[in-house]
Design a protein around this ligand. Sequence first.
Ligand SMILES: [Zn+2]
Length: 632
Amino acid sequence: VNRETSEASPSLEQDVRLSAPSLALFSAWFALLAASLELLARGLQRYAFGDVMRLSRDVIWMAPLGQLMIFGPLAMVLLLVFAIRRTTVPMRLAITVFVFTTFFGVFITPKIVHPLAAALLAAGIAIRAARIAVQHDARVRTMVRRTVPLLVTVLAVAAAVVAGSRYIGKRRALAALPPAAEAAPNVILLIWDTVRAQSLGLYGYDRNTTPNLERIARQGVVFEQAISPTSWTLPSHASMFTGYLPHQLSAGWTTPLDDHRTTLAEVFRDAGYVTGGFSANVLYAEWEHGLSRGFSHYEDYPIKPGQLFLSTSIGNRIVKGRHGWEYGIIPYIIGYRQFMGRRVGASIDAEFLEWLDDRDGRPFFAFLNYFDAHLPYMPPAPFDTLFEPARPRTTVLQRTRDVIAGRKFWGSLSKTDLAAELAAYEGSIAYLDYRLGILFEELERRGALDNTVIILTSDHGEEFLEHGDHEHGGNLYLTQTHVPLVVLYPGRVPAGRRVREAVSLRDVAATIAELSGVRGGNVLPGRSLSRTWNGTGVEANDGEAVLSELVPGLSPDRRLRSMIVGRQHFIRNIDGRMELYDYVADPAEMRDLVELDVSADSLHRWGSAMNELFNCKEPDCCCRLPGALALP
Ligand SMILES: [Zn+2]
């Protein structure tokens, strides 16, 4: 007997059933409930414990839609299963499933709760709640019918408040801009995230990865030995944005950049520029990690179905695993390799150009982060097969075996697979280069190249097991820190110049400030790279060291440090062990000179020089070496 509305007595509980429309309404109600509870949990985590959410600023309306992507299919499955049996869905079963899903999502929102514990707890609540709901079935139905519009309204108002306050804030910020200097140049900072110098044709690599960059770079200065102050995204961007070194900044794996240091975008804003950031790196270069400060316009998370799904705790955990960036087991096994919701270069360019066309004649400072060369390496055709045939397909069975054996991705790669990954990575770089060619055409067509400073660089390199590590953020060998750097400013920066000596990306801030004539000198430490192209360039780095540092794990007292002086690259490991490479003679850094012929006394002196430089907290004391330090 199918009963839609009557009150159930315990003996008839199994007969209380939901018609298809009722089931749809219930699933929507639970989707809204789940979204609200997860948002509360996330808000609590963020505002009470300072945890980042790793979610869009629009999560308030994206999360309910994302939940519908979970609860909708659940309702469909229930409906289908019972349609086959020519009956409707028992209310008790439907409520059990929905309550379980809701609370499981809420409980796994804090990363510390194990999914199994969350599942047990959610199951307990679901079974009890379903029993009670069925006993009061008429009242529950009325409550659901009445509160769906209420929940929709509350979420819609909250979303409108968030979007509205952002819009008003932006209008106010633009209205408050002081007048800009006459003929102030525009500035475009292009970051090819995760692009190592050694994979670029620009630096002599034998694959033709960068034909457009090579042509464009002839109009300016190419730095052959540009070194990132670290080997991962956040502190590297933070250093380029502020001129400070990583140890002078708050930016860490779990700490955003705080507002103690002035950023480039703030300096430009105060100089009357409109400022726009367009970042495809939503792991660390999004609104929550402090890099958007000073930008009146900042785009990061895309509005795409994948991003809606990621706005739910269950979707996020399935796709990204526990910490929010590794690969979940399910996508790995089913062979879904894409970075869900990834913004490709074409989309970054389109948003930037749209913003540019909207501008009211003021000079602009634009920051563009391209994420295409980041793992997973998934260049679009024809770049996916530019350097190697398509990667061989693995089967579900193989991948399941990998997971059971505890190997995921890197651990399961053969030598051929590794070569294929490298080829896909370099195909991604070729795609970035292809986009660069198009972007320059577009800028030229708009006359936006005439009075514009353009800097192209990367935040760090990428490793393919050359030093036993993969990706980046694991060590300070040049594979992970040596990046492209090109500076263009026709008329002011000489064309066709190549600078051989090592320079640090921390000087990008001072360089941009000097070239554009904004008053960054007091607040953006470092030295303008113009010293390398003005004058002879030979003594530009005389007595100065290029420093990089890394906290490889999550414990801040374990630091890896690196110092480049002349052609020597010193690395001090976490355990204090020193390594030394001559990167000119040995660019791959395979011959550790410490093991060959370095005295204990020299080692000690370099070690104390590094201590001195890295212990410095003042903005400008870095990076002059103590005069007495004789180099090997
Ligand atoms: Zn990065």
